[in-house]
Ligand binder design. Structure first.
Ligand SMILES: Nc1ncnc2c1ncn2[C@@H]1O[C@H](COP(=O)(O)OP(=O)(O)OP(=O)(O)O)[C@@H](O)[C@H]1O
Ligand SMILES: [Mg+2]
Length: 435
């Protein structure tokens, strides 16, 4: 046990925990502690069964997570007040059966509470959720632009502007259609969720691509219509779908009704129920990453508002001359025409190549070099995704390229893109935290 405060959420190592409950010998030691006995994932900084100790030490030690059995507090209101004012620590709250009616109240403490469970709990599930909460929080609160160092090591001399701060909101965009925006955004969403980073995938094609790509348990509704009709916290939650087997992934689909789609398309960004504000509404839910799978850039506000809400842009291109022209337009739009309106720092614009193969006559280097000759510079190309002939067939039966046999090279590119764009997402060289 140490009295030194530790900076919260700055580590790559095990999640730091503070365990608290009403009874050391009857509860904390026999029930809580064994659930967290996993040195690769958790480090128990301290534990206590006295309310005064808990209040003082959590503030002083700044563990990443407080796991607390609620009845150690003098009452629900005192616990709620304490959770509300915690800084740098999130909480998993376990309620005794007698406190069942307070479940909603504790869930409402959205700044710090990441899970509320009613006793008797499944401790393995609580431990997994604790780990997810830390992975998500580390991704969410990291401040440096993770790919900036890569930019510098490539020797590209772009002025180093403001770094991205907070939740990565990544716009997958292109002027050309069919470049693989949906496929790569969906793969990255699955990859991040498998690393327990709470992720929101916004699937904004019409019809929404995720339904046709990600399996039978996604349907065209519910979708963003719920929030567009009712732009509240409840409306947002009612808009979401939850793919089976991926606890840390939420999916928000574009409306399925062309009239609703068009009506949202006609709203200005500043209007309360605009598409941009739909994306901003997600900020109340502590996602580690928000992936915006946008339609190809034409006249649709579903593409433009996505760019207005994003803080990272990823231009998805094929290694073709046409896509080089399209990329020039996309880059100019972001870095010149829209520069005053978007929140994307100059060094948070990136590109990837998709559909690459050994038969290409354009490669990463020449793709970038040719464009740089025309516009002076072009963003770093973070990854080259291989052409996988079986990919459309796999998507049609709901199989993800992150896991399917024959897609290993695509899965690797996805993993390394996640690690470059979302801090704390593990790279393929650093897989120890995966279960
Ligand atoms: N690396 C790849 N190898 C093989 N097929 C791919 C690859 N990437 C995408 N595809 C296929 O190309 C088609 C278009 O992909 P996708 O829908 O992801 O593109 P998009 O850029 O989102 O399209 P849109 O502009 O219409 O939104 C899909 O059938 C998908 O299966
Ligand atoms: Mg698409």
């Amino acid at each position: 046990m140490t009295g030194n405060p530790e900076p919260a959420f700055s580590e790559n190592g095990p999640a730091t925990l503070y365990l608290a409950g009403p009874d050391m010998g009857g509860f904390i030691l026999p029930q809580m502690l064994p659930a967290y006995r996993d040195d690769a994932r958790f480090r128990v900084v301290s534990l206590a069964a006295e309310w005064e100790d808990i209040k003082r030490q959590v503030t002083q030690y700044r563990p990443e997570v407080l796991v607390i059995e609620a009845s150690v507090a003098p009452g629900p209101d005192q616990l709620k007040d304490f959770l509300n004012q915690m800084v740098g620590t999130v909480a998993m709250v376990i309620l005794p059966p007698a406190w069942a009616k307070f479940q909603g109240m504790f869930q409402g403490v959205q700044t710090t509470v990441r899970g509320v469970y009613l006793s008797p709990v499944n401790w393995a599930a609580v431990a997994n959720a604790t780990y997810s909460a830390v992975a998500t929080e580390r991704a969410r609160t990291a401040t440096a632009s993770p790919a900036a160092s890569l930019y510098r090591t490539e020797g590209l001399s772009r002025p180093n502007t403001t770094a991205v701060v907070g939740t990565r909101t990544i716009a997958f965009t292109s002027f050309a259609g069919g470049t693989g925006k949906s496929t790569i955004a969906e793969a990255m969403a699955v990859d991040l969720a498998r690393q327990h980073i709470k992720t929101l995938l916004c699937s904004f094609n019409f019809p929404a691509a995720a339904v046709g790509h990600m399996g039978q348990n996604l349907h065209f509704s519910p979708n963003a219509t719920e929030w567009l009709n009712r732009p509240t916290v409840d409306g947002f939650l009612a808009s979401l779908q939850h793919p089976r087997g991926l606890d840390d992934l939420d999916v928000l689909l574009a409306p399925d009704d062309p009239h609703v789609l068009a009506s949202a398309n006609g709203r200005k960004a500043e209007e309360a129920s605009s598409i941009r504000n739909l994306i901003f509404a997600a900020y109340s839910f502590n996602y580690g990453a928000i992936l915006l799978d946008l339609p190809p850039f034409a006249d649709s506000m579903w593409a433009l508002h996505g760019l207005l809400a994003a803080n990272v842009a990823l231009l998805v291109c094929r290694p073709t001359l046409h896509d080089q022209f399209a990329a020039i337009h996309a880059y100019r739009l972001l870095s010149e025409q829209l520069a005053a309106q978007v929140r994307i720092p100059a060094d948070a614009i990136f590109a990837v190549l998709n559909f690459t193969s050994s038969e290409d006559n354009i490669n990463v280097r020449s793709f970038q070099g040719d464009i740089a000759k025309v516009v002076g510079r072009f963003p770093p190309i973070l990854e080259a995704f291989p052409h996988i002939p079986s990919l459309p067939r796999l998507q049609s039966v709901g199989d993800t390229p992150v896991l399917a046999a024959g897609c290993e090279a695509f899965a690797q590119a996805t993993r390394s893109l996640s690690a470059k764009l979302v801090p704390k997402a593990v790279s393929r060289n650093n897989l120890f935290v995966l279960m």
